[in-house]
Design a protein around this ligand. Structure first.
Ligand code: GAP
Length: 649
């Protein structure tokens, strides 16, 4: 990863945001090569998802939306991570990312200031209420209760004593701390290190010259209460909402609070009805979107992998509920019945399982198509206990990043690039509930099919749909009587051709994909330098489809105007169709190396043969160099464009 991060910076793929001011954690900028790479990837996704399909249309929604959207989606109440703070180094972690540790836990029940405490004791021991003051440092709670009683006492003398004791008690806060603290150290590390950390901890709480109290040492395994980095005690987990908050308009009051969207998906649900009306689509169909999303991640990490600002490419593919599929087709195809052919598009008997499988397969094929082979990916089927309550199945597509954890066999386990979730009708139902606007569709095929069903089938489908709706209403807290009525109404509406569509959601992160493509492309091999000596060559083996620059054009020598002129002509010939980089500076070998590092798949060199100086048969031919094999072939200038277009398509 270190080499990759350094290349990204050196060659202008990715820079840290605001670097001249020391950077800002979790934010990244894409330099000239990174920007091209990202555009290519997004364009390919867009083309694949909508332009090349009949059944998906696009959307580009605003980043800030009505805050009720996030209430409906559940983000306001539940989009949070448990957070813990280290009491030593002050770092903040996601509680679920604390690594289990073993070692010795040194714990302390508190600390006394070795200078202040005896002074204070001496002071209050001279006080008339001696029997109380001696206990002062041991039992503050009991003393306080008595003091408060005396403050209200009829005897003015006792009230006076109580007041002066209260003053002393206040001072005693700087003389002692009864807060417990602990440190986990690996076995073999000296106890003194723990004591040093504990003293620092109590010092931060105002005990300047601390004597530690109640030291204890215990062996522990798989401990999750201490810091991954310094071993100090962590706070109890607190929930932290990940949405970035802002205010709309000039007044910063609770009514003007809005959020930067934490996902692009919700805009698709909110505009579902408008898009359906204007696009003349029929069920099943999809709406896709590419755009920025923001999450105030507690621990941005692994370069761009977990960022606070990132881009998503999301599709919401709306499908008929299984009861509707069965009413229309008389059956529901099993997922195992559908093949893996890339071109296969759904049949009317596909239920949610078939569509889900179809989209998993589509997405994996797309990754293969842009240069991530199947063996670099993992299809992870979430276990039932990992699923969101509304999800029927979720497959995460993982990429084996160099920083991924390894399993017991030493294999990289992979990190999530994309999640493909079957989300039932949860989202549209929620928006219907929160906005009061109907989110259902009318399906004339269903209406016609329903009329032809026998009574037994009608009853069975009515009941299944009713039960599913009742389950949704109950789980989202609708009171029982109302839930029962709504479920009945919805099942009655089904019989007339109306229902709320279900959805399959392939949701990918652009930045994670770019990082995966960069990791995959990075390689080193041996290549001869100018003098024929072998040296290490860094080469970014991007698939030509996504490479930031498709072709580099070089005149062999900069100081030969005929070569330069011809090279510029070739550049102009290619430029309207391909991203071209023109370079005339330095030795040709060095120029090749620079392009290898940028991942440019083809290099075109204009040399003396091109000018016809080595024989008329070579006139107007160029050398075409392949980045990966470093092989060179002679190609006629007239053939160059179609040949290159074919290779990068
Ligand atoms: N609408 C569903 C949704 O947003 P998600 O799994 O939270 O699902 C989808 O996010 C994808 O967005 C992830 O698979 C990942 O690629 C990307 N993503 C999520 N959080 C990210 C972050 N903090 N930094 C970079 N990419 C992120």
């Amino acid at each position: 990863m270190e080499k990759i991060v350094s290349l990204c910076k050196r060659r202008g793929f990715i820079f840290q945001s605001s670097e001249i001011y020391g950077g800002i954690n979790g934010f990244w900028d894409y330099g000239p090569l990174g920007a091209e790479l990202k555009r290519n990837v997004k364009e390919l996704w867009w083309r694949n998802m909508t332009q090349q399909r009949e059944d998906v249309v696009g959307l580009e929604a605003s980043i800030i939306m009505h805050p009720r959207i996030w209430e409906a989606s559940g983000h306001t109440s539940t989009f949070s991570d448990p957070m813990v703070d280290c009491l030593g180094c002050k770092k903040r972690f996601r509680a679920d990312q604390i690594e289990p540790k073993s070692g010795i836990v040194y714990s302390y029940s508190g600390a006394i200031d070795e200078v202040l405490a005896p002074q204070l004791l001496a002071l209050i021991c001279g006080h008339p209420a001696q029997n109380l003051t001696q206990k002062l440092l041991e039992d503050k709670g009991a003393i306080l209760a008595t003091v408060h009683e005396w403050l209200k006492h009829d005897d003015p003398n006792l009230r006076k004593i109580a007041h002066s004791l209260l003053d002393e008690l206040k001072k005693s806060n700087q003389a002692q701390s009864i807060e417990s603290y602990s440190v986990l150290l690996p076995e073999g590390k000296p106890r003194e290190s723990a004591r040093k950390m504990a003293k620092q901890f109590y010092q931060q709480r105002g005990i300047a010259n601390s004597t530690l109290q109640g030291e204890d040492a215990k062996q522990t395994e798989n401990d999750l209460n201490h810091c991954n980095e310094c071993g100090s005690l962590l706070t109890e987990p607190r929930q932290f909402n990940l949405m970035f908050k802002t205010y709309v308009g000039p007044v910063e009051d609770p009514d003007s609070v809005a959020y930067l969207r934490p996902e692009t998906a919700q805009a698709i649900f909110a505009q579902f009805k408008s898009v359906l009306e204007v696009s003349r689509q029929k069920m099943p169909f999809g709406i896709c979107q590419i755009g920025k999303a923001f999450r105030n991640e507690i621990n941005p990490r692994n370069f761009t992998f977990r960022s606070r600002e990132f881009e998503q490419m999301e599709l919401e593919f709306f499908i008929r509920p299984d009861e509707v599929v069965e009413a229309i087709s008389g059956r529901i195809a099993k997922a195992s019945e559908i093949g893996n052919q890339k071109s296969e598009i759904g049949n009317s008997d596909w239920g949610w399982e078939a569509w889900h499988k179809y989209w998993v397969e589509q997405r994996v094929s797309w990754y293969e198509n842009i240069g991530l082979p199947r063996n670099s990916l993992v299809e992870y089927w979430q276990k039932p206990e990992e699923l969101a309550h509304y999800a029927r199945a979720t497959v995460d597509i993982l990429y084996k990043f160099p920083f991924s954890k390894r399993d017991e066999k030493g294999e990289l386990m992979g990190e999530e690039l994309e999640g493909i979730a079957a989300r039932s009708d949860f989202d549209l139902s929620q928006h219907q509930h929160f906005s009061g606007k109907p989110m259902g569709v009318f399906d004339d095929e269903l209406k016609a099919a329903w009329a032809k069903l026998d009574e037994g089938r009608k009853k069975a489908l009515w009941q299944r749909y009713h039960d599913a709706r009742l389950n949704y209403f109950t789980k989202t807290g609708v009171p029982a009587e109302e839930a029962a009525k709504q479920a009945r109404d919805d099942a009655d509406a089904l019989a007339k051709g109306n229902y709320i569509p279900h959805v399959i959601e392939p949701s990918a992160g652009v930045d994670r994909l770019i990082l995966a493509l960069i990791c995959r492309a990075y390689s080193e091999d041996q290549a001869p330098d100018e003098k024929g000596k072998l040296e290490t060559r860094v080469v970014m083996r991007f698939h030509p489809r996504i490479a930031p620059i498709k072709v580099a054009v070089f005149p062999l020598l900069k100081n030969r105007p005929e070569l330069v002129q011809k090279a510029r002509q070739v550049r102009e010939l290619l430029r309207p169709h391909l991203t071209v980089f023109y370079d005339e500076a330095g030795a040709i070998g060095r120029r090749y190396r620079r392009q290898d590092e940028a991942g440019t798949p083809f290099g075109v060199t204009i040399d003396f043969e091109t000018l016809g100086e080595k024989g008329p048969e070579l006139k107007d031919t160029v050398t075409l160099r392949d980045r990966d094999s470093m092989k060179q072939e002679r190609v006629k200038i007239a053939d160059l464009l179609p040949l290159l277009l074919e290779k990068v398509r």
